[in-house]
Design a protein around this ligand. Structure first.
Ligand SMILES: Nc1ncnc2c1ncn2[C@@H]1O[C@H](COP(=O)(O)OP(=O)(O)OP(=O)(O)O)[C@@H](O)[C@H]1O
Ligand SMILES: [Mg+2]
Length: 515
Protein backbone atom coordinates (compact mmCIF):
# COMPACT_ATOMS: atom_id res chain seq x y z
CA UNK A 1 0.00 0.00 0.00
CA UNK A 2 2.75 2.44 1.12
CA UNK A 3 4.76 1.43 -1.89
CA UNK A 4 1.82 2.32 -4.21
CA UNK A 5 1.55 5.78 -2.76
CA UNK A 6 5.27 6.33 -3.20
CA UNK A 7 5.21 5.15 -6.81
CA UNK A 8 2.42 7.65 -7.56
CA UNK A 9 3.69 10.61 -5.53
CA UNK A 10 7.45 10.11 -5.94
CA UNK A 11 7.82 11.58 -9.44
CA UNK A 12 5.54 14.53 -8.60
CA UNK A 13 7.57 15.39 -5.47
CA UNK A 14 10.82 15.01 -7.39
CA UNK A 15 9.48 17.32 -10.14
CA UNK A 16 8.40 19.96 -7.61
CA UNK A 17 11.77 19.81 -5.89
CA UNK A 18 13.56 20.11 -9.22
CA UNK A 19 11.49 23.17 -10.25
CA UNK A 20 11.99 24.77 -6.80
CA UNK A 21 15.77 24.29 -6.93
CA UNK A 22 15.94 25.73 -10.47
CA UNK A 23 13.76 28.64 -9.39
CA UNK A 24 15.90 29.36 -6.33
CA UNK A 25 19.25 29.07 -8.06
CA UNK A 26 18.84 30.15 -11.66
CA UNK A 27 15.84 32.39 -11.84
CA UNK A 28 16.88 36.09 -11.78
CA UNK A 29 16.27 37.72 -8.42
CA UNK A 30 14.23 40.66 -9.86
CA UNK A 31 11.96 38.32 -11.80
CA UNK A 32 11.31 36.26 -8.71
CA UNK A 33 10.15 39.47 -6.99
CA UNK A 34 7.65 40.16 -9.81
CA UNK A 35 6.30 36.64 -9.81
CA UNK A 36 5.89 36.73 -6.03
CA UNK A 37 3.99 40.04 -6.28
CA UNK A 38 1.44 38.65 -8.72
CA UNK A 39 1.01 35.30 -7.02
CA UNK A 40 0.49 37.11 -3.67
CA UNK A 41 -2.19 39.30 -5.25
CA UNK A 42 -3.92 36.30 -6.76
CA UNK A 43 -3.84 34.36 -3.50
CA UNK A 44 -5.07 37.31 -1.43
CA UNK A 45 -8.07 37.67 -3.73
CA UNK A 46 -9.40 34.27 -2.74
CA UNK A 47 -7.77 33.92 0.66
CA UNK A 48 -10.13 34.97 3.50
CA UNK A 49 -7.38 35.95 5.97
CA UNK A 50 -5.18 38.99 6.46
CA UNK A 51 -1.69 39.33 7.90
CA UNK A 52 0.14 41.99 9.81
CA UNK A 53 3.89 41.60 10.17
CA UNK A 54 5.91 42.91 13.11
CA UNK A 55 9.64 42.77 12.47
CA UNK A 56 12.06 42.30 15.31
CA UNK A 57 14.48 44.99 14.26
CA UNK A 58 13.77 48.61 13.53
CA UNK A 59 14.52 49.29 9.89
CA UNK A 60 15.68 52.79 10.68
CA UNK A 61 18.43 53.79 13.05
CA UNK A 62 20.83 51.31 14.57
CA UNK A 63 18.88 48.11 14.14
CA UNK A 64 17.53 48.16 17.66
CA UNK A 65 14.85 45.68 18.68
CA UNK A 66 11.49 47.15 17.83
CA UNK A 67 9.46 48.19 20.89
CA UNK A 68 6.29 46.77 19.35
CA UNK A 69 7.97 43.39 18.75
CA UNK A 70 9.31 43.21 22.32
CA UNK A 71 5.92 44.18 23.75
CA UNK A 72 4.12 41.57 21.62
CA UNK A 73 6.71 38.98 22.67
CA UNK A 74 5.84 39.71 26.30
CA UNK A 75 2.11 39.51 25.57
CA UNK A 76 2.51 36.18 23.78
CA UNK A 77 4.59 34.76 26.60
CA UNK A 78 1.36 34.28 28.58
CA UNK A 79 -0.06 31.86 25.94
CA UNK A 80 3.23 30.49 24.64
CA UNK A 81 4.07 28.34 27.62
CA UNK A 82 0.77 26.45 27.34
CA UNK A 83 0.36 26.29 23.55
CA UNK A 84 3.74 26.20 21.83
CA UNK A 85 5.74 22.98 21.70
CA UNK A 86 9.11 24.64 21.26
CA UNK A 87 9.89 27.57 23.53
CA UNK A 88 12.62 30.16 23.64
CA UNK A 89 13.93 31.53 26.95
CA UNK A 90 15.04 35.12 27.39
CA UNK A 91 16.56 36.48 30.57
CA UNK A 92 14.61 39.10 32.50
CA UNK A 93 15.29 41.10 35.66
CA UNK A 94 19.03 41.10 34.96
CA UNK A 95 19.13 37.36 34.59
CA UNK A 96 17.17 36.58 37.74
CA UNK A 97 14.15 35.17 35.91
CA UNK A 98 13.20 33.84 32.49
CA UNK A 99 10.59 34.90 29.94
CA UNK A 100 9.38 31.99 27.83
CA UNK A 101 8.12 32.71 24.31
CA UNK A 102 7.41 30.53 21.32
CA UNK A 103 10.37 29.58 19.19
CA UNK A 104 10.61 30.28 15.44
CA UNK A 105 7.98 28.66 13.20
CA UNK A 106 5.60 28.03 16.07
CA UNK A 107 1.99 29.12 15.96
CA UNK A 108 -0.36 29.97 18.80
CA UNK A 109 -3.97 31.10 18.85
CA UNK A 110 -5.56 33.90 20.78
CA UNK A 111 -9.16 35.01 21.18
CA UNK A 112 -10.46 38.55 21.45
CA UNK A 113 -14.13 39.40 21.93
CA UNK A 114 -15.04 35.96 20.57
CA UNK A 115 -12.87 36.28 17.44
CA UNK A 116 -9.94 33.98 16.84
CA UNK A 117 -6.53 35.19 15.72
CA UNK A 118 -3.25 33.38 15.06
CA UNK A 119 0.26 34.49 15.92
CA UNK A 120 3.07 32.91 13.99
CA UNK A 121 6.69 33.40 14.88
CA UNK A 122 8.86 33.23 11.79
CA UNK A 123 12.08 34.15 10.10
CA UNK A 124 12.65 35.55 6.64
CA UNK A 125 15.45 33.74 4.78
CA UNK A 126 18.41 36.06 4.46
CA UNK A 127 19.10 37.52 1.06
CA UNK A 128 22.30 35.74 0.10
CA UNK A 129 23.07 38.24 -2.64
CA UNK A 130 23.60 41.12 -0.25
CA UNK A 131 26.38 41.37 2.26
CA UNK A 132 25.02 42.02 5.73
CA UNK A 133 26.81 42.82 8.96
CA UNK A 134 24.00 41.16 10.82
CA UNK A 135 23.10 37.57 11.41
CA UNK A 136 20.35 35.81 9.51
CA UNK A 137 18.06 35.79 12.50
CA UNK A 138 17.80 39.55 12.29
CA UNK A 139 14.87 39.04 9.90
CA UNK A 140 12.74 37.46 12.57
CA UNK A 141 9.12 38.58 12.78
CA UNK A 142 5.71 37.88 14.27
CA UNK A 143 2.84 37.43 11.85
CA UNK A 144 -0.67 38.15 13.08
CA UNK A 145 -3.29 36.32 11.02
CA UNK A 146 -7.00 37.10 11.26
CA UNK A 147 -10.15 36.93 9.18
CA UNK A 148 -10.71 39.84 6.79
CA UNK A 149 -14.14 40.54 8.24
CA UNK A 150 -12.54 41.29 11.65
CA UNK A 151 -10.19 43.86 10.22
CA UNK A 152 -11.62 46.88 12.09
CA UNK A 153 -11.81 45.09 15.41
CA UNK A 154 -8.23 43.85 15.16
CA UNK A 155 -6.59 47.03 13.89
CA UNK A 156 -8.55 49.46 16.05
CA UNK A 157 -8.96 47.60 19.26
CA UNK A 158 -7.13 44.25 19.54
CA UNK A 159 -3.69 45.65 18.73
CA UNK A 160 -4.04 48.37 21.37
CA UNK A 161 -5.14 45.71 23.85
CA UNK A 162 -2.11 43.53 23.00
CA UNK A 163 0.32 46.44 23.41
CA UNK A 164 -1.27 47.58 26.69
CA UNK A 165 -1.23 44.06 28.11
CA UNK A 166 2.33 43.47 26.92
CA UNK A 167 3.47 46.71 28.54
CA UNK A 168 1.72 45.77 31.79
CA UNK A 169 3.50 42.38 31.81
CA UNK A 170 6.86 44.09 31.13
CA UNK A 171 6.25 46.51 34.00
CA UNK A 172 5.43 43.63 36.35
CA UNK A 173 8.51 41.72 35.34
CA UNK A 174 11.00 44.56 35.25
CA UNK A 175 13.48 44.96 38.05
CA UNK A 176 12.32 47.90 40.07
CA UNK A 177 14.68 50.61 41.26
CA UNK A 178 15.10 52.87 44.23
CA UNK A 179 16.64 56.15 43.15
CA UNK A 180 18.20 58.93 45.16
CA UNK A 181 19.41 62.38 44.26
CA UNK A 182 21.94 62.38 47.08
CA UNK A 183 25.18 63.95 46.02
CA UNK A 184 28.46 62.11 46.11
CA UNK A 185 31.29 62.87 48.50
CA UNK A 186 32.63 65.55 46.21
CA UNK A 187 29.44 67.55 46.68
CA UNK A 188 28.33 67.17 43.05
CA UNK A 189 25.97 64.73 41.37
CA UNK A 190 27.41 61.55 40.06
CA UNK A 191 25.83 61.58 36.63
CA UNK A 192 25.14 58.01 35.62
CA UNK A 193 24.54 57.84 31.89
CA UNK A 194 23.53 61.52 31.95
CA UNK A 195 20.97 60.96 34.73
CA UNK A 196 20.59 63.04 37.84
CA UNK A 197 19.46 60.11 39.97
CA UNK A 198 21.50 57.15 41.02
CA UNK A 199 19.58 53.94 41.54
CA UNK A 200 19.84 50.54 43.17
CA UNK A 201 17.57 47.51 42.86
CA UNK A 202 14.49 48.01 45.02
CA UNK A 203 13.86 44.93 47.13
CA UNK A 204 12.00 46.11 50.23
CA UNK A 205 9.84 43.25 51.52
CA UNK A 206 7.08 45.41 53.04
CA UNK A 207 3.61 44.74 51.62
CA UNK A 208 0.09 45.63 52.66
CA UNK A 209 -0.15 42.13 54.16
CA UNK A 210 2.74 42.80 56.50
CA UNK A 211 1.60 46.32 57.35
CA UNK A 212 -0.12 46.59 60.72
CA UNK A 213 -3.08 48.94 60.64
CA UNK A 214 -6.84 48.99 60.86
CA UNK A 215 -8.00 46.54 58.13
CA UNK A 216 -10.78 48.86 56.92
CA UNK A 217 -8.38 51.78 56.52
CA UNK A 218 -5.88 49.51 54.81
CA UNK A 219 -8.45 48.26 52.29
CA UNK A 220 -9.52 51.84 51.57
CA UNK A 221 -5.92 52.76 50.69
CA UNK A 222 -5.45 49.66 48.51
CA UNK A 223 -8.70 50.44 46.62
CA UNK A 224 -7.62 54.05 46.18
CA UNK A 225 -4.26 53.02 44.71
CA UNK A 226 -5.70 50.37 42.42
CA UNK A 227 -8.38 52.73 41.13
CA UNK A 228 -5.73 55.35 40.48
CA UNK A 229 -3.50 52.99 38.54
CA UNK A 230 -6.37 52.01 36.23
CA UNK A 231 -7.71 55.53 35.67
CA UNK A 232 -5.63 56.81 32.78
CA UNK A 233 -8.69 57.53 30.64
CA UNK A 234 -10.63 59.04 33.51
CA UNK A 235 -7.85 61.50 34.36
CA UNK A 236 -7.62 62.42 30.66
CA UNK A 237 -11.39 62.94 30.54
CA UNK A 238 -11.47 65.32 33.50
CA UNK A 239 -8.35 67.16 32.28
CA UNK A 240 -6.20 66.31 35.28
CA UNK A 241 -2.56 65.17 35.21
CA UNK A 242 -2.39 61.47 36.07
CA UNK A 243 -0.85 61.79 39.51
CA UNK A 244 -1.95 61.57 43.10
CA UNK A 245 -0.51 63.09 46.26
CA UNK A 246 -0.40 61.33 49.62
CA UNK A 247 0.51 62.88 52.95
CA UNK A 248 1.54 60.29 55.53
CA UNK A 249 1.85 61.62 59.05
CA UNK A 250 2.22 60.24 62.53
CA UNK A 251 4.78 59.61 65.28
CA UNK A 252 8.13 57.94 64.49
CA UNK A 253 7.96 54.18 64.07
CA UNK A 254 4.32 53.95 63.02
CA UNK A 255 4.98 52.63 59.51
CA UNK A 256 5.15 55.61 57.15
CA UNK A 257 8.24 54.42 55.29
CA UNK A 258 6.96 50.83 55.40
CA UNK A 259 3.72 51.98 53.78
CA UNK A 260 5.59 53.69 50.93
CA UNK A 261 7.44 50.43 50.23
CA UNK A 262 4.14 48.53 50.37
CA UNK A 263 2.59 50.97 47.88
CA UNK A 264 5.54 50.55 45.49
CA UNK A 265 5.28 46.78 45.77
CA UNK A 266 1.53 46.81 45.19
CA UNK A 267 1.67 49.00 42.08
CA UNK A 268 5.07 47.74 40.86
CA UNK A 269 6.42 51.29 40.73
CA UNK A 270 9.96 52.61 41.08
CA UNK A 271 10.74 54.95 43.97
CA UNK A 272 12.51 58.29 43.70
CA UNK A 273 13.59 59.27 47.19
CA UNK A 274 14.06 63.02 46.92
CA UNK A 275 16.46 64.56 49.42
CA UNK A 276 15.37 68.20 49.25
CA UNK A 277 18.30 69.55 51.21
CA UNK A 278 20.64 68.28 48.48
CA UNK A 279 18.78 70.21 45.76
CA UNK A 280 20.53 73.46 44.96
CA UNK A 281 17.57 75.50 43.76
CA UNK A 282 14.18 75.42 42.05
CA UNK A 283 15.75 74.92 38.62
CA UNK A 284 17.58 71.85 39.79
CA UNK A 285 14.36 70.58 41.37
CA UNK A 286 12.62 70.86 37.99
CA UNK A 287 15.47 69.06 36.26
CA UNK A 288 15.19 66.22 38.74
CA UNK A 289 11.45 65.98 38.08
CA UNK A 290 11.99 65.83 34.32
CA UNK A 291 14.52 63.06 34.83
CA UNK A 292 12.01 60.76 36.55
CA UNK A 293 10.03 58.14 34.64
CA UNK A 294 6.34 57.25 34.80
CA UNK A 295 5.03 54.47 37.07
CA UNK A 296 6.96 55.86 39.96
CA UNK A 297 6.59 57.26 43.46
CA UNK A 298 8.38 60.48 44.30
CA UNK A 299 8.95 60.58 48.05
CA UNK A 300 9.97 63.47 50.25
CA UNK A 301 10.46 62.09 53.76
CA UNK A 302 10.20 64.32 56.83
CA UNK A 303 9.10 67.28 54.76
CA UNK A 304 9.00 69.48 57.88
CA UNK A 305 12.75 68.96 58.41
CA UNK A 306 13.72 69.18 54.75
CA UNK A 307 13.34 72.89 54.24
CA UNK A 308 12.02 75.92 55.97
CA UNK A 309 8.56 75.40 54.52
CA UNK A 310 6.58 75.66 57.70
CA UNK A 311 5.70 79.34 58.01
CA UNK A 312 3.75 81.74 55.87
CA UNK A 313 5.13 82.25 52.40
CA UNK A 314 5.83 85.95 52.85
CA UNK A 315 7.54 85.30 56.14
CA UNK A 316 9.65 82.66 54.44
CA UNK A 317 10.61 85.06 51.68
CA UNK A 318 11.79 87.60 54.21
CA UNK A 319 13.58 84.87 56.17
CA UNK A 320 15.21 83.61 52.99
CA UNK A 321 16.46 87.07 52.10
CA UNK A 322 17.91 87.46 55.58
CA UNK A 323 19.39 83.96 55.38
CA UNK A 324 20.93 84.69 51.98
CA UNK A 325 22.52 87.81 53.36
CA UNK A 326 23.84 86.00 56.41
CA UNK A 327 25.12 83.18 54.24
CA UNK A 328 26.81 85.59 51.92
CA UNK A 329 28.50 87.27 54.86
CA UNK A 330 29.52 83.89 56.25
CA UNK A 331 30.98 82.80 52.92
CA UNK A 332 32.91 86.05 52.59
CA UNK A 333 34.17 85.56 56.10
CA UNK A 334 35.36 82.04 55.34
CA UNK A 335 36.98 83.09 52.07
CA UNK A 336 38.81 85.77 53.96
CA UNK A 337 40.10 83.16 56.33
CA UNK A 338 41.22 81.10 53.35
CA UNK A 339 38.53 78.52 54.04
CA UNK A 340 36.49 76.87 51.34
CA UNK A 341 32.71 76.83 51.35
CA UNK A 342 31.68 73.41 50.09
CA UNK A 343 28.24 72.83 51.46
CA UNK A 344 25.83 75.46 50.25
CA UNK A 345 22.34 75.60 51.74
CA UNK A 346 19.45 74.60 49.50
CA UNK A 347 17.65 77.51 47.89
CA UNK A 348 14.49 75.58 47.06
CA UNK A 349 11.50 77.68 48.02
CA UNK A 350 7.95 76.74 48.90
CA UNK A 351 6.70 78.08 45.59
CA UNK A 352 9.36 76.00 43.81
CA UNK A 353 8.11 72.93 45.60
CA UNK A 354 4.46 73.73 44.86
CA UNK A 355 5.39 74.08 41.23
CA UNK A 356 7.17 70.74 41.39
CA UNK A 357 4.03 69.05 42.71
CA UNK A 358 1.41 70.51 40.43
CA UNK A 359 3.01 72.87 37.95
CA UNK A 360 2.99 72.30 34.21
CA UNK A 361 6.10 70.12 34.36
CA UNK A 362 4.55 67.73 36.83
CA UNK A 363 2.25 66.29 34.14
CA UNK A 364 5.06 64.86 32.04
CA UNK A 365 5.81 61.16 32.07
CA UNK A 366 2.46 59.71 33.11
CA UNK A 367 1.28 57.94 36.19
CA UNK A 368 2.98 58.98 39.37
CA UNK A 369 2.44 59.24 43.12
CA UNK A 370 3.93 62.06 45.17
CA UNK A 371 4.25 61.25 48.86
CA UNK A 372 5.26 63.46 51.76
CA UNK A 373 5.87 62.13 55.24
CA UNK A 374 6.05 64.09 58.45
CA UNK A 375 5.90 63.63 62.20
CA UNK A 376 4.40 67.10 62.67
CA UNK A 377 1.59 67.79 60.25
CA UNK A 378 0.57 70.96 62.08
CA UNK A 379 3.93 72.57 61.23
CA UNK A 380 3.35 72.43 57.46
CA UNK A 381 2.14 75.33 55.36
CA UNK A 382 -1.52 74.65 54.48
CA UNK A 383 -0.79 75.49 50.83
CA UNK A 384 1.53 72.52 50.62
CA UNK A 385 -0.97 69.97 51.81
CA UNK A 386 -4.26 71.24 50.50
CA UNK A 387 -6.44 68.73 48.62
CA UNK A 388 -5.46 68.61 44.99
CA UNK A 389 -1.81 68.69 45.98
CA UNK A 390 -1.89 66.09 48.72
CA UNK A 391 -5.15 64.39 47.73
CA UNK A 392 -5.21 61.86 50.54
CA UNK A 393 -4.06 62.42 54.10
CA UNK A 394 -3.27 59.23 55.98
CA UNK A 395 -2.57 59.24 59.67
CA UNK A 396 -0.45 56.39 60.99
CA UNK A 397 -0.81 56.14 64.68
CA UNK A 398 0.00 54.07 67.75
CA UNK A 399 -0.63 50.36 67.68
CA UNK A 400 -4.23 49.30 68.30
CA UNK A 401 -5.34 45.74 68.94
CA UNK A 402 -6.28 45.19 65.28
CA UNK A 403 -2.77 46.22 64.20
CA UNK A 404 -1.24 44.02 66.88
CA UNK A 405 -3.10 41.00 65.50
CA UNK A 406 -1.48 41.56 62.08
CA UNK A 407 1.97 41.75 63.68
CA UNK A 408 1.35 38.67 65.87
CA UNK A 409 0.28 36.72 62.80
CA UNK A 410 3.26 37.90 60.71
CA UNK A 411 5.95 37.59 63.35
CA UNK A 412 4.79 34.55 65.33
CA UNK A 413 2.04 32.85 63.31
CA UNK A 414 -0.28 33.38 66.26
CA UNK A 415 -3.96 34.19 65.72
CA UNK A 416 -6.95 34.98 67.90
CA UNK A 417 -8.15 33.45 70.26
CA UNK A 418 -5.01 33.26 72.37
CA UNK A 419 -4.60 33.21 76.11
CA UNK A 420 -2.39 36.36 76.17
CA UNK A 421 -4.46 38.43 73.76
CA UNK A 422 -7.04 39.90 76.21
CA UNK A 423 -4.30 41.25 78.48
CA UNK A 424 -2.37 42.66 75.53
CA UNK A 425 -5.57 44.31 74.28
CA UNK A 426 -6.12 45.99 77.66
CA UNK A 427 -2.49 47.15 77.87
CA UNK A 428 -2.55 48.54 74.32
CA UNK A 429 -5.65 50.58 75.16
CA UNK A 430 -3.84 52.06 78.15
CA UNK A 431 -0.55 52.71 76.34
CA UNK A 432 0.71 54.68 73.38
CA UNK A 433 3.04 52.13 71.80
CA UNK A 434 4.29 52.29 68.23
CA UNK A 435 4.09 49.26 65.91
CA UNK A 436 7.91 49.46 65.72
CA UNK A 437 8.14 48.82 69.48
CA UNK A 438 5.62 45.98 69.34
CA UNK A 439 7.44 44.43 66.38
CA UNK A 440 10.76 44.55 68.20
CA UNK A 441 9.29 42.70 71.19
CA UNK A 442 7.60 40.09 69.03
CA UNK A 443 10.77 39.13 67.21
CA UNK A 444 12.38 35.96 68.63
CA UNK A 445 15.89 36.79 69.84
CA UNK A 446 17.18 33.23 69.98
CA UNK A 447 16.19 29.80 68.75
CA UNK A 448 14.98 28.97 72.27
CA UNK A 449 12.27 31.62 72.21
CA UNK A 450 8.80 30.63 71.06
CA UNK A 451 5.58 32.57 70.51
CA UNK A 452 4.61 32.43 74.19
CA UNK A 453 7.93 33.78 75.44
CA UNK A 454 7.76 36.62 72.92
CA UNK A 455 4.19 37.52 73.92
CA UNK A 456 5.13 37.40 77.60
CA UNK A 457 8.07 39.71 76.88
CA UNK A 458 5.68 42.07 75.14
CA UNK A 459 3.30 42.05 78.13
CA UNK A 460 6.19 42.88 80.46
CA UNK A 461 7.39 45.67 78.17
CA UNK A 462 3.88 47.12 77.96
CA UNK A 463 3.52 47.01 81.76
CA UNK A 464 6.88 48.76 82.20
CA UNK A 465 5.88 51.34 79.57
CA UNK A 466 2.58 51.88 81.39
CA UNK A 467 4.39 52.34 84.72
CA UNK A 468 6.89 54.75 83.12
CA UNK A 469 4.09 56.70 81.48
CA UNK A 470 2.36 56.94 84.86
CA UNK A 471 5.55 58.19 86.56
CA UNK A 472 6.15 60.63 83.71
CA UNK A 473 2.59 61.94 83.98
CA UNK A 474 3.01 62.39 87.75
CA UNK A 475 6.34 64.13 87.20
CA UNK A 476 4.74 66.43 84.62
CA UNK A 477 1.85 67.06 86.98
CA UNK A 478 4.30 68.02 89.72
CA UNK A 479 6.28 70.24 87.34
CA UNK A 480 3.04 71.91 86.24
CA UNK A 481 1.98 72.49 89.83
CA UNK A 482 5.41 73.94 90.66
CA UNK A 483 5.20 76.20 87.61
CA UNK A 484 1.71 77.31 88.59
CA UNK A 485 2.95 78.00 92.09
CA UNK A 486 5.82 80.09 90.74
CA UNK A 487 3.42 82.04 88.51
CA UNK A 488 1.11 82.71 91.49
CA UNK A 489 4.00 83.95 93.61
CA UNK A 490 5.21 86.15 90.75
CA UNK A 491 1.74 87.62 90.36
CA UNK A 492 1.52 88.39 94.09
CA UNK A 493 4.99 89.94 93.98
CA UNK A 494 4.08 92.01 90.93
CA UNK A 495 0.84 93.09 92.54
CA UNK A 496 2.78 94.25 95.62
CA UNK A 497 5.20 96.14 93.36
CA UNK A 498 2.32 97.80 91.50
CA UNK A 499 0.69 98.81 94.79
CA UNK A 500 3.93 100.35 95.92
CA UNK A 501 4.31 102.06 92.51
CA UNK A 502 0.66 103.24 92.63
CA UNK A 503 1.31 104.67 96.02
CA UNK A 504 4.37 106.46 94.62
CA UNK A 505 2.33 107.92 91.75
CA UNK A 506 -0.27 109.08 94.20
CA UNK A 507 2.31 110.68 96.34
CA UNK A 508 3.97 112.23 93.30
CA UNK A 509 0.60 113.27 92.03
CA UNK A 510 -0.06 114.84 95.34
CA UNK A 511 3.26 116.61 95.13
CA UNK A 512 2.45 117.85 91.62
CA UNK A 513 -1.04 118.94 92.60
CA UNK A 514 0.37 120.59 95.56
CA UNK A 515 2.87 122.41 93.33
N1 LIG B 1 2.40 49.75 60.79
C1 LIG B 1 3.44 48.91 60.80
N2 LIG B 1 3.31 47.65 60.37
C2 LIG B 1 4.33 46.80 60.37
N3 LIG B 1 5.55 47.10 60.81
C3 LIG B 1 5.74 48.34 61.28
C4 LIG B 1 4.70 49.30 61.27
N4 LIG B 1 5.18 50.45 61.79
C5 LIG B 1 6.46 50.21 62.07
N5 LIG B 1 6.82 48.96 61.78
C6 LIG B 1 8.13 48.35 61.98
O1 LIG B 1 8.96 49.36 62.52
C7 LIG B 1 10.04 49.68 61.65
C8 LIG B 1 10.09 51.21 61.49
O2 LIG B 1 8.94 51.64 60.78
P1 LIG B 1 8.97 52.80 59.69
O3 LIG B 1 10.35 53.09 59.28
O4 LIG B 1 8.00 52.46 58.63
O5 LIG B 1 8.43 53.99 60.57
P2 LIG B 1 8.21 55.50 60.18
O6 LIG B 1 6.80 55.86 60.52
O7 LIG B 1 8.65 55.74 58.79
O8 LIG B 1 9.18 56.24 61.20
P3 LIG B 1 9.90 57.68 61.05
O9 LIG B 1 8.85 58.72 61.27
O10 LIG B 1 10.90 57.67 62.15
O11 LIG B 1 10.51 57.73 59.71
C9 LIG B 1 9.76 48.99 60.36
O12 LIG B 1 10.92 48.44 59.83
C10 LIG B 1 8.78 47.90 60.71
O13 LIG B 1 9.48 46.73 61.02
MG1 LIG C 1 10.27 56.83 57.97
Amino acid sequence: MMQDVWTQLGPTIAAIMFIWTMYQNYFPHELRGHIRKYTDKLVSYFYPYMHIIFYELETEGWFERSKAYVTIERYLSKNSSTQAKRLKANAAKNGQSLVLTMDDHEEITDEYKGKKVWWISSQKPANRQTISLYREDEKRYFKLKFHKKNRDLITNSYLKYVLDEGKAISVKERQRKLYTNNKGDGGGYRYRGGRMWSGVVFEHPSTFDTLAMDPKKKQEIIDDLETFSKSKDYYAKIGKAWKRGFLLYGPPGTGKSSMIAAMANLLKYDIYDLELTSVKDNTELRKLLIDTTGKSIIVIEDIDCSLDLTGQREKNKKKKEDKDKNEEDAVKEKMKKGGEEKEKQSEVTLSGLLNFIDGLWSAIGGERLIIFTTNYVEKLDPALIRRGRMDKHIVLSYCCFESFKVLAHNYLDVVEPHVHFPEIRRLLEENNTTPADIAENLMPKSSKENADTCLERLIKALEIAKEEAKLKAEEEERAKAAEKDREEKKKVKNADGVNEKDNGVKENGDVISKG
